[in-house]
Design a protein around this ligand. Structure first.
Ligand code: FAD
Length: 495
């Protein structure tokens, strides 16, 4: 069979490997780290287990799609449940609310706590669903760079459904004109951060994101997020995919604009096609030696990064849930710091994820909790992260003490920290960005690098730094689009 090489065992690389194996390729995956998953991996500290990166699981059908395609039952490898409260919100003035999965309960909560009329939630989520289904899907499901008739037809339909404000208004303006309480606006503005963007600059179009969380649901994978990586790895191995860990690819070999293989451990390995799951910037810069193309990628603004504290806590906090948000008082100032000033902000929004809430005793000993504490941070441009770590630690503890009326610091039993520099060194994400490029510009969807190389035949791209973007669902979609492109190219070859 033809040989496909995948560079990187991130979620998109693994899903891409399975797809190509099903399509008849002999597939080899080379991964720089000695573990799989890239950002979607696990961190263990004593008796505490943490999901290292992503913590929010949406659109599980995209994982199932990979199992279905491979003719395997997902339930044999992987299971998940819907979460009844998608997030617990805390504001500095003492307001607390729960975003229930049940729309009626959530609408009631917004009415009682923030004075929103009850029908406001459903009209908002209905519009969000329309934007997702009529417009978003077209961009998420296709390669925008191949002009098939089906694609042209759906673009035409999508354009008809696009209102002026979706492109020319900001997400914040759209939310502010719908809800009356600024706390509700802040709650819905936060969805821009799901792909590392700024709600005060990102187009209204991004208000399709709440559809995914509130109309489709938030899910918890049994065993934590790491189970997604583990399940896909075992599926890939079952389909004959060979993984090589601790194997950093040094070069992509190409001649006459056609790919021939890779160099790894100073050895040449031949391949019919090569798929890079590595950040597209570093692929051009280091593996292809194409500075010019690397710089073209940089024209797009990078998504934000994060500073994360992994705290093993020797106490349980009944007022917290799986996902918790402690909002900044001045959200606009926070985003201004992240994207314009590229500095940390004195009163950041704090996110806490606690998987031991879903599986007590599994990820933390009885009576204790595993806290994944994250604040958004600017992408790395050489800031003094050691100093930032220290000041953020104090700021976060002070904020939580204020809002929870407790003395958090004394319960921290174990600690690890991840900053934008370690995101880059651990996963090869340029500047430590979490989601590749941001969606702050109206053209972002069109400017992301396509899932294939226009210049080098047989070279493809998957993952968060290319089309359609970052986050687990989009990464899985990039693998699907790549599989389709490879299939078309192989068919073309035979004719
Ligand atoms: P990556 O995970 O970026 O992996 C790329 C792999 O390539 C790495 O394993 C790397 O070691 C390897 N590699 C790099 N260079 C080489 C080389 N030369 N040779 C061989 N291998 C190489 N998404 C969500 O959906 N929900 C969330 O809640 C969420 N939260 C996040 C929180 C954090 C802190 C982070 C970091 C990300 C978060 N994301 C979230 C985003 C999500 O994790 C990513 O978009 C996704 O995991 C990226 O997958 P990927 O396939 O692009 O590969």
């Amino acid at each position: 069979p033809p040989h496909a090489i995948i560079i990187g065992a991130g979620i998109a690389g693994i899903a891409g490997a399975i797809r190509l194996a099903v399509q008849g390729f002999a597939v080899s995956v080379f991964e720089k780290n000695d573990y799989p998953g890239g950002k979607l991996s696990q961190l263990v500290n004593g008796d505490f287990y943490f999901d290292a990166g992503p913590s929010l699981f949406t659109q599980p059908h995209l994982v199932k799609e990979v199992f279905d395609l491979a003719g395997e039952k997902m339930e044999d490898h992987f299971s998940y449940t819907q979460v009844p409260v998608s997030c617990h919100y805390f504001y500095e003035d003492g307001t607390r609310l729960k975003a229930y999965a049940d729309h009626d309960l959530f609408a009631k909560e917004l009415n009682e706590k923030l004075g929103e009329e009850e029908n406001k939630l459903s009209s908002y989520l209905n519009r969000s669903g329309r934007i997702y289904n009529d417009i978003g899907k077209v961009f998420l499901n296709h390669s925008l760079h191949k002009r098939s008739t089906a694609f042209q037809k759906s673009v035409f339909k999508a354009l008809k459904a696009t209102r002026f404000s979706y492109l020319f208004g900001t997400m914040h303006d759209m939310n502010a004109s719908h809800f009356k309480n600024e706390k509700t606006v802040q709650l819905f503005d936060r969805y821009a951060t799901y792909n590392g963007s700024n709600p005060y600059r990102a187009p209204g179009m991004l208000s399709l994101i709440p559809h995914v969380e509130h109309n489709e649901g938030v899910f918890y994978p049994k065993g934590g997020m790491i189970s997604i990586t583990n399940a896909l790895i075992s599926l890939a191995e079952k389909k004959g995919v060979k993984f090589y860990f601790g194997a950093a690819v040094q070069r992509i070999i190409f001649h006459d604009n056609k790919v021939h293989g890779i160099v790894v451990n100073d050895e040449n390995i031949a391949a019919d096609i090569v798929v890079s799951n590595m950040d597209v910037y570093f692929t051009y810069k280091h593996l292809l030696n194409r500075e010019h193309s690397a710089h073209k990628v940089l024209k797009q603004e990078r998504s934000s990064s994060a500073l994360i504290f992994y705290w093993g806590m020797k106490k349980e906090f009944p007022q917290l849930g799986l996902h918790n948000i402690f909002f900044a008082k001045d959200y606009k100032a926070e985003f201004d710091h992240l994207f314009r000033l590229k500095k940390i902000y004195a009163d950041p929004t704090v996110y806490i994820n606690i998987t031991s809430k879903c599986e007590p005793g599994m990820h933390a000993p009885e009576g204790k909790e595993n806290w994944f504490v994250m604040v958004n941070a600017p992408a790395n441009t050489g800031q003094d992260w050691q100093a930032y770590r220290n000041s953020y630690r104090e700021t976060i503890i002070a904020k939580l003490n204020r809002i929870l009326n407790d003395d958090i610091g004394k319960y921290i039993e174990t600690e690890d920290v991840l900053d934008p520099v370690s995101v880059e060194s651990k996963t090869g994400s340029y500047m430590g960005s979490l989601y590749g490029t941001s969606s702050n510009s109206r053209m972002a969807a069109f400017l992301r690098h396509p899932n294939f190389s226009k210049k080098i035949k047989g070279l493809y791209f998957v993952g968060g730094s290319v089309h359609p973007g970052g986050g687990i669902p989009l990464c899985l979609q990039s693998a699907r689009i790549m599989g389709g492109l490879v299939q078309e190219d192989q068919k073309g070859k035979k004719h």
